[in-house]
Write a protein of this length. Structure first.
Length: 117
């Protein structure tokens, strides 16, 4: 590991943390953070400390400017919880986490009655 440090390696650093997010059920969600490090860190997403793995309800992307994004196209109650972005490379680990709250939208129907005599 000392060779990696001498070669300019830097442990991962979270340069933009995840933010607490509140969404209305059924709507899209986007969680974003920025991560730097040399070599480029391996980034994993967790929900409630469990790997998201290959869950098809999530889309994970990385932009050239070190922006890592987790998208949910339609968010439901089961998506609520604590999300973590874990970045690892040969010289360290960095973690950011935030809570996703999913609120239900309630529709109240109003009935208009007209009386005629």
């Amino acid at each position: 590991m000392l060779d990696a440090v001498r070669d300019g390696a830097r442990r991962p650093e979270i340069t933009q943390n995840l933010s607490r997010t509140i969404v209305v059920e059924g709507g899209p969600t986007k969680l974003e953070c920025k991560v730097s490090g040399t070599p480029v860190p391996d980034v994993r997403w967790l929900k409630d400390r469990r790997s998201l793995g290959d869950d098809v309800s999530y889309e994970m992307t990385c932009e050239e400017d070190e922006l890592y994004t987790l998208c949910i196209s339609a968010t439901y109650a089961e998506h609520a919880g604590w999300y973590s972005c874990v970045a690892r490379n040969d010289v360290g680990t960095a973690i950011t986490e935030a809570k996703l709250t999913v609120e239900r939208m309630y529709c109240i129907s109003a009935v208009h009655l007209t009386y005629s005599s």
